[in-house]
Design a protein around this ligand. Structure first.
Ligand SMILES: [Zn+2]
Length: 193
């Protein structure tokens, strides 16, 4: 499975330049379909605000600060973990085959990072492992719980659409998933996700 599930993120090509990167928030949010480019967490699963990450850090490439192609829609946690890391120290080289990053909007991203059946994110290459373990620390975060939470929320929405004509099985499923959701959001909240 892909880190982003069924969502295909891509930055629009017809963007008009802006003087301040923060003004791209609306477009970036749409292009990333409201999910974090790095961990795939949907906005609706978290209480934290989403942010704009600079793929190549501002400190290294101030000239790219307001370049739309350098922006990544990111959850609060991923943005903090990534911070100004750029191990190659070379802005023309996002990784050296061992350490560094892969742009989450590139097709290549899926070759380096993947999501296993239970929702956990794993690295498929040295760079993928570097991102998972050294930067985003997916093993220490409730990545699986976030994934289950987003799947449950989708089911909850489906059931809510039929709330007036729910069968008794659906009603009990609805109660069950709401209890599970409460449990999961507690875990997420306690882990600051
Ligand atoms: Zn994230």
């Amino acid at each position: 499975m892909r880190v982003h599930g069924d969502v295909k993120i891509a930055r629009r090509k017809d963007i008009v330049n802006k003087e301040y990167y923060g003004d791209f928030l609306k477009e970036l949010r749409e292009d990333f379909d409201c999910i974090c480019g790095y961990c795939g967490k949907p906005e609706k699963v978290t209480r934290n605000a989403f942010e704009i990450d600079h793929f190549i850090p501002k400190s290294l490439a101030p000239e790219l600060e307001n370049d739309y192609n350098n922006l990544v829609y990111s959850c609060f946690t991923c943005n903090r973990k990534k911070s100004n890391k750029w191990p190659t120290k070379d802005i023309s080289k996002c990784n050296d085959g061992n350490v560094g990053f892969i742009d989450p909007t590139s097709d290549e991203f899926d070759l380096h990072l993947n999501r296993i059946e239970d929702g956990t994110i794993i690295g498929l290459s040295p760079v993928g492992e570097y991102m998972c373990n050294n930067v985003f620390k997916f093993k220490l975060r409730p990545i699986k719980e976030i994934w289950i939470c987003s799947e449950i929320m989708e089911r909850q929405e489906q059931l809510e659409k039929r709330i007036s004509k729910m069968t008794s099985e659906e009603s009990s499923e609805y109660i069950q998933i709401n209890m599970k959701l409460k449990e999961l959001t507690q875990v997420l909240f306690s882990k600051k996700e």
